[in-house]
Design a protein around this ligand. Sequence first.
Ligand SMILES: Cc1cc2nc3c(=O)[nH]c(=O)nc-3n(C[C@H](O)[C@H](O)[C@H](O)COP(=O)(O)OP(=O)(O)OC[C@H]3O[C@@H](n4cnc5c(N)ncnc54)[C@H](O)[C@@H]3O)c2cc1C
Length: 384
Amino acid sequence: MAISADVIIAGGGVIGTAIAWRAAAAGLATVVIDPQAGDAAALVAAGMLAPVSESLFGEDALLRLNLLAVARFPSFAAELEEATGRIVGLRREGTLAVAYDPDDHAALARLTGFRRSVGLDAEELDSRACRRLEPFLAPGVRGGVLFAGDWSVDNRRYAAALRVAAQAAGARFLRDRVSAVRVGNDGAAAGVRLADGSEVDGAAVVVAAGCWSAGIDGLPGTVRDAVRPVKGQLLRLRCPANVPPVLGHTIRALVRGTDLYLVPRADGELVVGATSEERGHDVTVTAGAVHDLLHDAMSVLPVTSELALAETCAGLRPGTPDNGPIVGPGGPAGLLVATGHYRNGILLSAVTADAVAACLTGEPPAPEWEPFAPQRFGALARPA
Ligand SMILES: Cc1cc2nc3c(=O)[nH]c(=O)nc-3n(C[C@H](O)[C@H](O)[C@H](O)COP(=O)(O)OP(=O)(O)OC[C@H]3O[C@@H](n4cnc5c(N)ncnc54)[C@H](O)[C@@H]3O)c2cc1C
């Protein structure tokens, strides 16, 4: 039977599924196509909603977008919880960034100066004040900074709730691989071709296949060239049952020059991450990465040695040359791109869904999206 829809979404990760929910809720017949169950990177991610502690020199436009994203997240999550009856675990305690040695402390001070200079909240704390906030921190920690503007969410619960909400709103999920975007005689997108050669018709196609977006024919070459996989390895530790969680805040630590984060959940899980590796599509969990993450975690939070090692995992962030997402119309009329969310795909999922739903219904997306259009990587030739 021939399938057709108003909107076809290639990729059912957190981005494609968030878009599917908003598109279906807007009354559009929506089909999500993914060869897997979806949520590839979202199942691995730590769930930080961290515009402040992720902000770096030279990424002002991304900071503005991330601030829009964190401001939008609570109402989006509340609507999601109401639509599904599921709790997604939004937490607003802030991030405590700590420094392990004097060089780490100097590096943290430089970053804090920059963050203050762009108007972000940062409360400097000495070692004792850090341990008053988080008593399990190592006494040797040099000091830290509380970034109150960072939050977190339980990304696995969040991704699962998005799928339930999208389905309840009427979106259909097909287990298949999109091989190409099809273009009609009028030069506009007409649907997609699947791996077995069959076709799905639709006047709008959204490519949201994360780091695999580059493999979909018909996407403009400049966009395909811009997306690459960046491997991240991460651990999930677990506190013993009936013992309170060992952390109240997300901790970002600089440990002998290496970045580390520890993200607590209310249920006693503690996420420890992450590596950042250029290894193509490899998702092997390596002994060295597990060793290094545990070693650094024990340096700042010795009690981690007592916790159960519940899971090791690796995922692929969809990276881009400027670390920003690629969202908006690209190539033929009706083709939309929503990829390249790199380290912030959970954070950006709600505002990406808003932006794509706006494009689909003829509204302008928020101005913060302007610097992240697909055209920034060069003129977009019409796909063959
Ligand atoms: C270790 C790690 C930690 C992270 N921590 C955070 C964090 O704390 N906060 C945060 O905001 N972000 C974090 N991220 C980033 C975030 O997880 C990603 O940016 C986000 O999940 C990307 O979602 P996506 O839907 O674009 O891509 P993906 O999750 O990669 O999903 C893409 C989907 O497309 C499907 N697909 C592939 N090819 C095709 C095809 N040809 N046709 C159809 N479908 C296809 C795949 O099967 C997959 O389901 C982290 C990522 C990693 C790896």
